[in-house]
Ligand binder design. Structure first.
Ligand code: ZN
Length: 151
C-alpha cells in the first residue's frame, strides 16, 4: 500500500474502507436518477470520525447534483471547519471516478483526501488519493475571496 494511502488511513477513525463503502452503498438508495438511471452514493469520512452521505439527484436530463457534492455540502453545513479525509463512491461497476467539478470541490475540502470506489455490493474496486486523480487542480487560493471558508 502506498505511503499516501497509509497516511490517509491512519487519520481515519473508521480505519476501514469497507465500512465507509457500506455507508456509500446505503446512500445509493437515496439517489434519484430518472433520466440516466445511473445511481451514485457517496460517504465522506471526517478527521473526527463523522460520516456524511449523499446521493445524486437529477432534476432534468441536463440538471443534476452529484453525490459527492451532496455529501460535501452536508458536511460543511454541519461543520464548516470539518476536515474530510476520505470519500467512498458507490457506483454500478465501482470504478467510476468523480467528475472534474467534483474533483475540484473535493480538492478544496482537502487536497490530501483519499478516494475509494466500490460497487453497489460494497466491494472495493479502486483506491487512490485525490492528488492521483486530480494532479493539476485549479488555483482556487487566488480566486476565492478571503472571507470564504476555503481559505
Ligand atoms: Zn461530479
Amino acid at each position: 500500500m502506498r505511503r499516501e494511502i497509509k497516511r490517509a488511513l491512519h487519520l481515519t477513525a473508521l480505519n476501514n474502507l469497507r465500512g465507509l463503502c457500506g455507508e456509500a452503498v446505503v446512500a445509493v438508495n437515496h439517489a434519484h436518477a430518472p433520466f440516466s438511471g445511473y445511481k451514485v452514493g457517496a460517504a465522506i469520512l471526517t478527521a473526527n470520525g463523522k460520516v456524511y452521505c449523499g446521493a445524486n439527484v437529477e432534476f432534468t436530463p441536463t440538471t443534476a447534483v452529484h453525490a459527492e457534492v451532496v455529501a460535501l455540502v452536508k458536511m460543511l453545513y454541519d461543520n464548516p471547519k470539518a476536515k474530510a479525509v476520505a470519500i467512498a463512491l458507490s457506483t454500478r461497476e465501482g470504478k467510476y471516478p468523480p467528475c472534474g467539478e467534483c474533483r475540484q470541490a473535493l480538492f478544496q475540502a482537502n487536497p490530501k483526501m483519499l478516494t475509494v470506489g466500490c460497487n453497489h455490493n460494497g466491494a472495493v474496486k479502486i483506491v487512490k488519493t485525490l492528488k492521483e486523480i486530480y494532479p493539476h487542480a485549479h488555483a482556487w487560493r487566488r480566486i476565492v475571496p478571503r472571507t470564504s471558508r476555503f481559505k
